[in-house]
Ligand binder design. Structure first.
Ligand SMILES: Nc1ncnc2c1ncn2[C@@H]1O[C@H](COP(=O)(O)OP(=O)(O)OP(=O)(O)O)[C@@H](O)[C@H]1O
Ligand SMILES: [Mg+2]
Length: 256
């Protein structure tokens, strides 16, 4: 579905990616985990066709992104659902109009179907009574959930989510993670979730690719990453005392 092959990227003299490669198959879920400023949003924007890269190849739905026609590019990006880190909602449109904009451009649904769908999807992330509110009237967490719904509602084949839980309280973080889990299963789409939060990364997917030293390690499971016995990786993963449930269970079984 997506092959990133030896991508290099610098901004002026600042190297962001030395050479990164990874791929994601149909219906697969991968979290891209990395510290602040490690290049997560840059990578998402490269994949979304918004930021050029310097070297290497990207193949998306079997199309080489370097040599694709504008027309093919348009239909290709209709298969993607994207939620940017800083939202990207139109300030001059209310919530309903923002989501309708995506649905009108990406689906053939009738107006009443689109409107019913919007209400149904917003309910799933605890948002009621926001249809006619403008982005400026919503809290940061509400805006984030609207963006998630706007990315998911068009039934994309590949969902790119940049820090979907940043700024959310624990209840809404769990709600958003559950919604991502449930809807990606329902839609049967692949997921690339970018985050700096270890717990969010491993809650969203068992396969995690870690950005380190301008490169990418993995995707690997928690146990595989710990088994690398790299001091920085172990500290980054376990520094705040988190351990994924499956790993805790495995340890307690082996201790018996
Ligand atoms: N358009 C740009 N021009 C110049 N430098 C940029 C540009 N976009 C990003 N950068 C730099 O690239 C680096 C990576 O930024 P990026 O936003 O991709 O990091 P991130 O991993 O998403 O961080 P965060 O966890 O804070 O969201 C940063 O040092 C940033 O200042
Ligand atoms: Mg970012």
């Amino acid at each position: 579905m997506l092959i990133v092959d030896r991508i290099k990227k610098s901004f002026l003299n600042k190297e962001i990616f030395k050479e990164i490669s990874f791929k994601i198959n149909k219906k697969e879920k991968i979290s891209i985990l990395g510290p602040n400023s490690s290049g997560k949003s840059t990578l998402l924007k490269i994949l979304a066709g918004l930021v050029p890269w310097d070297e290497g190849n990207i193949t998306l739905f079997n199309q080489d992104l370097l040599h694709i026609s504008l027309l093919d590019k348009q239909s290709l990006y209709q298969k993607l659902g994207i939620a940017f880190q800083h939202g990207g909602l139109f300030d001059f449109m209310n919530v309903e109009e923002n989501i309708l904009f995506a649905l009108k451009n990406m689906t053939d649904l009738k107006m009443f179907e689109m409107k019913d769908k919007i209400i149904d999807f917003l309910k799933r992330v605890n948002l009621t009574d926001v249809l006619h509110k403008f982005p400026g009237e919503l809290s940061g967490g509400m805006r984030r959930r609207v963006c998630l719904i706007r990315a998911l509602i068009t039934k994309p084949q590949l969902l790119l989510l940049d820090d979907p839980t940043a700024g959310l309280d624990p209840v809404n973080t769990s709600l958003v993670l559950e919604t991502i889990q449930k809807l990606t299963e329902e839609i049967q789409c692949a997921l690339l979730l970018f985050t700096s939060n270890v717990e969010v990364a491993f809650s969203a997917s068992s396969q995690v690719a870690l950005i380190k030293d301008q490169g990418i390690i993995g995707p690997h499971t928690w146990d595989e990453l710990i088994a690398l016995q790299d001091e920085w990786i172990t500290k980054f993963l376990t520094g705040r005392g988190y351990q994924p449930q499956s790993s805790v269970q495995k340890r307690s079984v082996s201790l018996k």
